[in-house]
Write a protein of this length. Structure first.
Length: 203
């Protein structure tokens, strides 16, 4: 019994000491929280209305066409021809879109082997940008004007071509022919024909 009587005051004292040690920190934390000003969220710029978006797309379609960017102009005309736009703008954008579709040139890439046969595992770059990872036979819309193309085959190397896309030229086929990587090199210019025939007989 004496042991039990001495243990209860000891526990009570320990609890008081623990609360005393924690109390100042709790006060300081509460004061800090009270003094710290609340962070106000940054005001977001107001989003343009549907009408403003339609007008912007309509103007962009016209300026892009004047600049010769038919692909971007077609995308803008399609955007402002959506049904949520004003009826007058929709009508004008549909007309503009149809005219651009008729005028925007499209190209179809093709590649063949010199020894015969078609290649599809060819990557095509246009003006330094990737046009397609492989040949699919589908037309690609491009802006009118001259463009630099690079056809790349993993075993047969690269072929560079410069072509001009013309307004209204649809599904124009651009075909390149890759050399046979296993073919022997041709004799240098000026090699006598007799020497060439002799080499063939010795093979």
């Amino acid at each position: 019994m004496p042991t039990k009587t001495m243990t209860q005051p000891f526990r009570a004292t320990a609890t008081l000491l623990l609360l005393a040690s924690l109390w100042p920190g709790g006060i300081a934390h509460a004061q800090t929280a009270a003094v710290s000003p609340a962070k106000s969220p940054e005001a977001e710029p107001p989003k343009p209305s549907v009408g403003e978006q339609c007008s912007s797309a309509y103007e962009r379609a016209q300026t892009e066409k004047v600049a010769g960017h038919y692909v971007a102009a077609t995308a803008a005309a399609l955007e402002c021809s959506q049904i949520q736009c004003n009826a007058a703008i929709v009508k004008e954008c549909v007309r503009f879109y149809e005219a651009l579709e008729a005028d925007t040139p499209t190209l179809v890439f093709s590649a063949r082997k010199y020894e015969g046969g078609e290649l599809t595992d060819v990557r095509v770059e246009m003006d330094g940008q990737l046009a397609t990872e492989q040949l699919t036979g589908r037309p690609l819309a491009v802006d009118p004007g001259p463009h630099d193309f690079v056809f790349v085959h993993p075993q047969r190397g690269r072929i560079q071509v410069r072509e001009t896309a013309r307004v209204g030229d649809h599904a124009r086929v651009m075909e390149v022919t890759f050399a046979d990587p296993n073919a022997k090199a041709a004799p240098p210019p000026g090699t006598p024909a007799a020497d060439v025939n002799r080499e063939k007989k010795n093979e």
